[in-house]
Design a protein around this ligand. Structure first.
Ligand code: BG6
Length: 484
């Protein structure tokens, strides 16, 4: 079986920055299935040659020394371009004819990749269906849908309805690039391929969990998107929720797309939804100073660029263990980390007999950068009586494995071509996540609760974040990547 990946929105930034470099790398490593072709489509007219040249330049720029001209030339011979407007049924029919010709030699699996602006998702899907370019519940026609998948529960539900009219759920691959990160997949391995973590991964031993995605960058030139999204839609509904579900879910029966996703949905359903009058207490929001001066941002904008949420999980494993999720732009440093903060020992035989949980064991899963894991535990300070100190045990991917950590898109594109949906979001998962975010977004949009705090760029969000956490009897782990 041959494979064709058809990229809609081919002249866009994502194609040149992420998709083509990832496909090139897969080709270089000889991972692409034999007989793979890539067909770009967007409104701008290009010949096959002109498009290949343009992609050669952008890929070379993106990959630097990893770009090899002879490997590229070999890869580029399987790249094609067909211009068309996805909102015009005739253009989609014409693309279909082109694909039929290209694929006439052998049966071919098609992966339609929607890398267009979200408003075009519906016309592409409808027109593919009408042009007879899909098939019901078959493995040979798949669709990959980029984020954002809806802007709230209602729009996500509506989009699911539209896609389901043309594709069965098993043919739909909703992208969240965090799921393609090696350290994110490693969460499953850490938890379920070892015996030592799982027995303590619960309310008996864990005090709380912190999931942080901090970015040093500001929104730059993305105001058009960011002004309507804000931090909740941009980072929480998708990436942070994915990190949360992988940390909190039960062990699936096996590593199979539906078994994994069943468990993720189950834990999302255990999260206590926040009532309107609780949002002031359990959430926090901020905007970095200077945001309103960014090009394209309204001078009176109330868009949050920082958010923090306390989530309570009502099940046997996690009852009473808060999960703190936070993310922000213009923060101290770039770090995505999951901190499992354990309880202090029940009885301290050293010192005054007490210990506080800031000094208790901690497992830091450093998702990026400097991917790895660090365990914090008490050690005796030499030659100082029984004095103790928190020390670290490090595992660093780069130190341990010679292989380069691939970009998330390599794994996701390959899985979509091979038909493995384990690392893609299912319809009920996306909707369950929106169901939790929607009430918060609504209160943030319509009230002053909690107040929108201004924070200085280069900090850990608003100063109130510290007292907010203290009121909950905890302290943020404000540490830039623990590993280097
Ligand atoms: C994207 C968001 O989905 O993820 C961006 O739209 C954000 O605002 C980016 O910067 C973060 O991704 P990563 O892989 O750099 O953590």
């Amino acid at each position: 079986m041959n494979h064709t990946m058809i990229i809609f929105g081919a002249s866009g930034d994502l194609t040149s920055r992420k998709l083509i470099p990832a496909l090139y790398e897969l080709h270089r490593k000889q991972r692409l299935p034999a007989g793979t072709r890539i067909v770009g489509s967007s409104r701008t007219p290009f010949s096959h040659e002109a498009w290949r040249d343009r992609l050669a330049d952008s890929t070379a720029e993106h990959l630097g020394q990893r770009f090899d001209r002879s490997v590229w030339d070999d890869f580029a011979s399987s790249i094609y371009y067909h211009a068309g407007d996805v909102t015009q049924p005739d253009d989609v029919v014409s693309l279909g004819r082109f694909l039929d010709q290209l694929e006439s030699q052998a049966p071919t699996t098609r992966v339609y990749y929607l890398s267009t602006a979200p408003r075009f998702y519906e016309p592409v899907i409808v027109n593919l269906g009408q042009a007879g370019m899909t098939c019901e519940d078959c493995a040979e026609r798949r669709v990959v849908i980029e984020k954002p998948f809806g802007t709230d529960l209602a729009s996500a539900h509506q989009l699911n309805d539209i896609v389901h009219r043309v594709f069965a759920e098993s043919q739909i691959y909703r992208i969240d690039h965090y799921l393609g990160k090696e350290t994110v997949s490693n969460l499953l391995v850490l938890r379920f391929a070892n015996t030592i973590f799982e027995p303590i991964w619960n309310r008996n031993y864990v005090d709380h969990v912190q999931i942080t995605a901090a970015e040093e960058v500001t929104i730059g030139h993305r105001a058009g998107f960011y002004e309507t999204a804000g931090v909740l839609r941009d980072m929480f509904q998708n990436h942070l929720m994915q990190l949360f579900t992988l940390t909190a879910m039960e062990c699936p029966a096996r590593f199979h797309a539906d078994a994994v996703r069943d468990e993720k949905v189950k834990v999302l359903r255990c999260v206590r939804p926040l009532e309107q009058d609780q949002i002031d207490r359990w959430t926090l929001r901020g905007q970095y100073r200077g945001y309103r001066d960014e090009p394209g941002v309204r001078p009176e904008s109330r868009t949050a660029t920082f958010g923090a949420i306390t989530m309570h999980v009502d099940n046997w494993r996690w009852q009473g263990v808060p999960f703190y999720l936070r993310s922000g732009k213009a923060m101290s440093c770039r770090t995505t980390q999951i901190v499992i903060q354990f309880r202090p020992p029940p009885h301290m035989i050293f010192g005054n007999g007490t210990s506080d949980h800031h000094q208790a064991n901690r497992l830091v899963l450093q998702i990026q950068p400097a991917e790895g894991i660090q365990l914090h535990f008490q050690s005796k300070v030499p030659d100082a009586g029984m004095q103790q100190q928190l020390v670290e045990l490090d595992f660093n991917f780069r130190g341990r494995f010679a292989r380069e950590l691939p970009d998330a898109y390599q794994r996701l594109l390959l899985d979509a071509m091979l038909g493995d949906a384990s690392l893609f979001a299912r319809s009920d998962e996306v909707e369950a996540s929106w169901r939790l975010i929607d009430p918060i977004q609504t209160v943030w949009d319509t009230s002053d609760d909690p107040p929108l705090a201004t924070y200085e760029p280069g900090n850990w969000g608003p100063v109130d974040a510290t007292s907010w956490m203290q009121r909950q009897g905890r302290q943020w782990f404000d540490t830039c990547p623990v590993l280097t």
